[in-house]
Design a protein around this ligand. Structure first.
Ligand code: SAM
Length: 180
């Protein structure tokens, strides 16, 4: 168990959404799904297992790692100096990148099913607007649930690309992008 994630969970259970960090297998599968990106934006980086895998699997690709909780963001900054760590909300960063050219992949561990409803709704709107404005973009998201992480508008399509059994609990990896 990660002490940092446990403390974050006690402080803010709905936003943290998990007691255990993602396993190496899940983190590697998430990172592999971002191969080919010009820029990766990691949402909800937490203690950094996915950050670590992204830096390892996509060397030289710029990585913005977003984490809302200050103590976790501080730790990410000192452990992963190669990542551009931002202590702010996912919505804030995604909105600020809406006009950025290139293939941008969002890699998210945000716990949509447990986030406060207003935060979940405004974040979903922001992500869907971001994906809709350029068909080259995609969102990679894991979930412990047997269904899509959140409902998306009709022009975007969810696809479950794999299930990672070597994680507690097992997690499905889903990708969301514009319908072709
Ligand atoms: C389930 S934890 C995942 C941590 C890590 N990525 C992993 O895979 O183990 C979700 C993280 O998202 C962060 N978070 C929740 N809401 C957020 C938001 N709106 N913007 C940025 N980070 C957020 C939480 O603080 C928490 O660290």
């Amino acid at each position: 168990m990660s002490v940092q994630l446990l403390i974050a969970m006690l402080r803010s259970p709905a936003s943290t959404g998990a007691l255990l960090p993602s396993s190496r297998a899940l983190a590697n599968a998430m990172a592999s799904a971002a191969i080919g990106a010009d820029l990766v934006v990691e949402l909800g980086a937490g203690t950094g297992p996915v950050t670590h895998a992204l830096l390892h699997k996509l060397p030289g690709v710029p990585l913005i790692a977003v984490e809302f909780q200050a103590s976790l963001a501080r730790r990410l900054k000192s452990r992963y100096p190669a990542a551009d760590v931002r202590q702010t909300s996912a919505k804030h960063i995604v909105d600020s990148l809406i006009n950025r050219p290139g293939k941008i992949v969002l890699v998210s561990s945000l716990p949509f099913r447990s986030l406060p409803k207003d935060v979940a709704a405004e974040t979903v709107d922001s992500l869907c607007g971001f994906l809709t404005s350029n068909p080259d973009r995609k969102l990679v998201q894991f979930t412990y649930q047997p269904r899509a992480p959140f409902s998306a508008p009709r022009n975007l399509r969810w696809k479950r690309t794999s299930v990672v059994w070597r994680n507690t609990p097992p997690a499905g990896i889903w990708e969301l992008q514009e319908e072709s």
